[in-house]
Design a protein around this ligand. Sequence first.
Ligand code: SF4
Length: 217
Amino acid sequence: MNEKIERVIRALQKNNMAAEYAETAADARRRVKEMLFPGAVITAGGSQSLKESGVWELLESSEYRFFDRTKPGMTEQERNEAFRAAIGCDFFFCSSNAVTEQGELINVDGTANRLSSICFGPKKVVMIVGINKIVADAQEGFLRVKKVAAPKNCVRLSMDTPCAKLGHCVSLLQKENPGITDGCQCADRICCEYLVSGRQRRKDRIHVILCGEELGY
Ligand code: SF4
């Protein structure tokens, strides 16, 4: 573990979050398996990091009750049920768009189902965060969303947004350092709600597994 990672982990712990290091994605997956129990009710935000680390596949095991809202062929009623299952579920899994050296989690959503679960509802929020998500501060975290996370997610989700074509937020054409909420006006915009998670009241409800490998975007 290098000094920067140690600093981030200490800062997250100081902010009342559980935080630990997993050298590889396989280690992160093993750690998640240790946390889960048979019959655990689980929901998750759409996350490339969960897919790449193999955690998503683990959640799909028949040992757990995983409400996967991304399953192909779901009816709207089934999808809504999966969204509602997040309230009071045992575990909510996701990644973070960025984690700062001050121990803050930076996240931006289009529909805010992920942000709302990070803030309230699930008993435990577990984040699998690759080393590529570490930033100096919140400002850099929001810039990371405009330069990396949003454009790549828009391509992944086939969203018709300027960043999917440009490779960065349209706001960066006008300013080097745009405001947090600056961006496009299009219907598919995935940057609508902005969250900084700082010190938590409920100790260790949020649990960050910081992985020594690059994961997601
Ligand atoms: S505001 Fe629009 S163009 Fe900018 S990153 Fe978000 S979706 Fe892309």
